[in-house]
Design a protein around this ligand. Structure first.
Ligand SMILES: [Zn+2]
Length: 90
């Protein structure tokens, strides 16, 4: 299957932010190696934001899982809540 991943330089020049997010979410974790995420459950009273390396997510959920699949499966270490918000750290 052909990857939807587009190099960041090209994405910045030609894609809308929404399209860029869509592509990132559909990309297998293996192709996002080296990036990190800030993830927050958004649950009131919980410790909130955590930072995770995508390499570590790939170790837990599998390198062929897409970013969207991993985010749907992730649970907060503090409250077991689902991902409420996530952003890619540069
Ligand atoms: Zn939480």
């Amino acid at each position: 299957m052909r990857s939807l991943y587009v190099p960041r330089r090209m994405a910045a020049a030609t894609l809308t932010p929404r399209r860029r997010r869509t592509i990132m979410l559909a990309t297998p974790l293996a192709e996002l190696d080296g990036l990190a995420l800030a993830v927050d459950c958004l649950t009131e009273g919980c410790a909130g934001e955590r930072r995770v390396l995508i390499r570590d997510l790939a170790g837990v959920y599998g390198r062929q899982q897409t970013l969207a699949e991993a985010l749907q499966r992730m649970r907060c270490a503090g409250c077991q809540g689902r991902t409420g918000a996530a952003s890619c750290l540069r």
